[in-house]
Design a protein around this ligand. Sequence first.
Ligand code: AMP
Length: 607
Amino acid sequence: MTKFEALGLEKPLLDAVADMGFETPSEVQEKAIPILLESETDLVALAQTGTGKTAAFGFPLIQKLDSNSRTTQGLILSPTRELCLQITNEMQAYSKYIKGLNTVAIYGGASITEQARQIKRGAQIVVATPGRMKDMIGRGLVDITKIDYCILDEADEMLNMGFYEDIKDILSNTPKGKSTWLFSATMPKEVSKIAKKFMDNPVEITVGAKNAGTSTVDHEFYVVGGRDRYPALKRLADANPDIFSVVFCRTKRDTQRVAEKLIEDGYNAGALHGDLSQNQRDLVMNSFRKKQIQMLVATDVAARGIDVDDITHVINYQLPDEIEIYTHRSGRTGRAGKSGISMVIVTRSEMRKIKSIEKIIQQNFTQKTIPTGIEICETQLYHLANRIKETKVNKDVENYLPAINEVLEGIDREELIKKIVSVEFTRFSNYYNKTKDLNTGDSRESGRSRTTDNSRGGSDSSNNTGSVRYFINVGEKDGYDWMTLKDFLRDTLSLGQDDVYKVDAKESFSFFNTEAEHTDQILKFFTDFKLNGRFINVEISENPGGGGGGGYRGKKGKGNRRDKFNDGGGNSSDRSGRGKSRERKGSKAKSGNSGKRRSKQSRSDFF
Ligand code: AMP
């Protein structure tokens, strides 16, 4: 008897399991499958992406359905289109030996008529995103009044994305007697609320922190100055030449900006966020799957459905505002038994967040230093040597050998090797010779701030002269506009009437300026400051020009591809020019300064 047979699975499923190459059930499968097969019960399972949870609910669901009836009997709700398609594919693979069992995906951004047609042909299982599901119920295109099972997958994500009302409406169209199975990586209050309200005495299972999905992830953090995030990101990429990563940013704008900068600097990068059309997102994802993109820069929401197993690194370019989201980010790597690294680039003022995250993930972070130029040169050199060693000789090269031999005549083997590797090494060493150490030098234990490296010259925002722009993680949704935020900052920091200026309140965050002489005091003050129980985070903005919201999209790298080793630290005239134009746009749009309240930015800024 195989281990899957012992869980109670029958032949058609066992055959599919064998085809998929699954040998041992994962922890969540071992815990959930027998319970769900043996009883009609509600279930709450705390399990993260990558733990095999789709099969944990998918196998029992498939086994329990009546494939001879065309009625829709199982509904799976999932937060994103990508995840919806991924679940559908898995369900189809698991049920391939069960004749007549159909799983249909319904999700936004595709033809509703086609989806309705597929449902009409008979779908025992419907996998849906909440928005499209509600739409189709409203139009009478799908009937879920007779379902026996409802699965809420990644419930915390669905609630994060604001789907509570939709879920409530959808569930109100389902029969009372059904079983509800809820899967979630975390259990915030909102998820418990759903469990209490819509479930009947659910069995609870938890897949421990040390499950296959997470135990293989190492967590590292790097402390840098606020304006050194981008050069730090480049170094992390250069120090890991085979990197295949997702880089997380907080907003769509930052996502686009970082991806564009990487592309311009010669990296294989792409952006994934909600301002892109579905078609554009599909193209980016296809390139990423094929590894034509090595660094996928993404927002949290857009990255949610990514099902790529061999991501080597997750890079938190900025930490999420809600630290619980970190779990989802780091869960993108270390999947399917592989190991992975989740890196966090933080500023001194954000270091306390690391402790809070450690509590959530029940794992410790290792503090690492951003590699120095010479370390990167060394890594690249050995990488090149290995690449040369592993490169298969191209037959066509033979034709050119006589001519090449002629050119290289008189150079012995040793000299030739030196010359070959110097081609690459010189590029790196020329670039990194001129750069500074990016580490702020703070030790985790002391948490004390030391003076930052002064070698960065006049553009360094921590110099004691000039104006400094800050990012703060409160905005209009916290009840502030530019005037009230200015008052709050002046009062809290005991600053004078005109000390805080250029206050620009966005929906969830804001920007403001002070003279540099106040910077140390401000950063220190907000290291550990809570408002209504929430940590208020202030960082030096990476967009010192101002605006911080001028809708910059930038030009594409095409025709303007620059060398990877251009300085990312703000010295490029190209970028400083753009900064100014953004400032102009920003100040034009800033009716806040003329006393009028700007219209609210859409929540979708984070998608
Ligand atoms: P999930 O957590 O459902 O997103 O699953 C993560 C990945 O693990 C998917 O690619 C599954 O096909 C795979 N998987 C699920 N269960 C097993 C298993 N028992 N053995 C090996 N791989 C599995």
